[in-house]
Design a protein around this ligand. Structure first.
Ligand code: SF4
Length: 493
């Protein structure tokens, strides 16, 4: 356990994030009384007024090791921000010196580095200056600066083609066949009879919300730019239930044939020929078939009840349906996986040749079963090498990195990167990750986002299917809140 002490400031969130770069699985507690504990490890953030500004001091103790450093920040219009960033830099340098760890994203702990770089460019900075800011102020490594810049440039035509009247539809299916050990998502295993029993009711409410949303979009003159049915695992539904949803989308929105329409088929233990036929008839042109790894022992270790060979069979079946784009997700750093095992998985995915491969760095959230099994001493140094290998091998095999995001508690503070063959960018992924287009979300756990001038407004649906069903009238009234926000944007056009 390490105590983070805040004296004269409240930068808990940012300092915890930076400390976590160096101690990813360490338990932290927080104190605000300025007195370092008599025993135990701590990091203290002390802010005191001095002259025309403030003196910031970070003190560190771990076992017998002690260190501290301080800096001075001048008063300014963004004084609080300056102090926060200065504390982060001092802390970063102290811990870098102690641990020998050099996080590749420096002190950038936000989840959208590409957007940060793009914003700097949009605000009038040259690309060179935007990159220099990453290097000088945030200590980002050269290779990550190059990655963010490359993706930012690639996304330009997509971003230019967005109007304030555009939106994407997200449909949430928060059910899975069983729970993976690393998952913290609110997804319900249909192993539980209670969860399974609710599904028909869930689907019938979902189609009502889709219908309601389509009328609202029509009233407001919005233009549908992509559809994404995700989860969870949408293909955990019976083929007929899936059809109920896709038929409703068809009637409500009449998606044109060239519209990007994605359905996550997800796990091999849910995919059947009959369900793929429903997806094909619906007009979906992107499906995800996610191995996560092609190592059977790793699949078993994370609680997946299928083999790598099952994934290959599903992929071949999907190929027979001639989907224009198939995505495969891989995860670097799964429990029991090794660099060699990950390399085999990556090569296998490349050999199969899906149009998209997305490489996630494992994120261990507190709500996952995996977190409770860990004691903080695990060695994850291979994850960095796995991510590096993906960054070399995929571009060399014709895949271009096209979107990137980071999650909290990702091992090594690494990133998730979507790679695509030319002409196969997943537009929805760019829209959602860069927060550049309205997302109208339906279903339990859905979060609608409205892109307002200078800010994003979110409207949340209930998280759990039982409350979504029980309080459905409230879900529809939240859609009215959404309508109000969208109207506000329209009036500003
Ligand atoms: S398939 Fe995905 S959403 Fe479902 S339990 Fe596994 S990680 Fe979670």
């Amino acid at each position: 356990m390490m105590t983070l002490i805040f004296c004269g400031n409240r930068f808990k969130y940012e300092m915890e994030n930076v400390a976590r770069l160096f101690f990813p699985l360490r338990r932290f507690q927080f104190a605000y009384d300025c007195e370092p504990p008599a025993g135990g490890d701590f990091l203290a953030f002390i802010q005191t007024a001095e002259g025309e500004g403030a003196r910031l001091t970070v003190s560190f103790r771990e076992g017998e090791y002690r260190d501290n450093a301080s800096t001075f920040v001048n008063q300014s219009v963004r004084f609080e921000n300056d102090c926060e960033e200065a504390f982060a830099r001092v802390l970063y340098r102290l811990l870098e010196k102690k641990t020998g760890v050099h996080p590749r994203w420096g002190i950038l702990t936000g989840i959208r580095p590409v957007r940060r770089m793009q914003r700097a460019v949009d605000s009038g900075k040259s690309r060179q200056d935007a990159e220099e800011e990453f290097r000088r102020d945030f200590y980002v490594s050269e290779e990550k600066i190059a990655l963010a810049a490359r993706i930012s440039i690639l996304q330009q035509p997509v971003l230019r083609d967005i109007s304030p009247r555009d939106f994407s539809l997200y449909i949430s299916i928060p059910y899975c066949p069983s729970r993976c050990s690393y998952c913290s998502f609110v997804s319900h295993s249909i192993d539980h009879p209670k969860a399974r029993k609710l599904i028909p009711d869930y689907v019938s409410h979902l189609v009502k919300e889709i219908d309601f949303t389509s009328k609202m979009a029509r009233d407001l003159g919005l233009r549908l730019r992509s559809v994404y049915i995700g989860g969870g695992t949408p293909t955990v539904l019976e083929a007929e239930q899936l059809r109920q949803i896709t038929d409703c989308v068809q009637k409500a929105f009449t998606p044109p044939p060239d519209l990007e329409y994605t359905i996550e088929a997800g796990r091999a233990d849910t995919i059947t020929r009959e369900k793929l036929a429903v997806i094909k008839e619906a007009g979906a042109n992107r499906v995800s078939i996610n191995p996560q790894t092609f190592e059977d022992s790793v699949l078993a270790a994370v609680g997946r009840r299928h083999t790598a060979n099952d994934v290959v069979k599903c992929y071949e079946m999907a190929r027979e349906f001639d989907f224009p784009s198939i995505n495969m997700d891989l995860i670097a750093g799964l429990p029991t996986d090794t660099l060699e095992g990950f390399a085999r998985s990556l090569r296998k995915a490349i050999d199969l040749g899906p149009e998209n491969i997305t490489v996630h760095a494992l994120s261990v959230k507190r709500a996952s079963a995996l977190f409770s099994e860990m004691d903080g001493s695990e060695d994850y140094s291979a994850v960095q090498e796995m991510v590096d290998l993906s960054g070399r091998l995929l571009p060399a095999s014709g895949y271009e990195p096209y979107y990137l995001y980071r999650q909290k508690n990702t091992i090594g503070n690494l990133e998730n990167v979507g790679y695509a063959k030319p002409g196969h960018l997943g537009l929805y992924n760019i829209y959602i990750m860069e927060e550049v287009q309205h997302i109208l979300a339906v279903g339990a756990g859905g979060v609608s986002k409205v892109v307002m001038p200078g800010r994003i407004e979110r409207v949340f649906n209930y998280k759990y299917p039982y409350e979504y069903i029980a309080d459905f009238s409230d879900i529809l009234s939240r859609k009215e809140t959404l309508r109000g926000l969208l109207q506000e944007v329209q009036h500003g056009i």
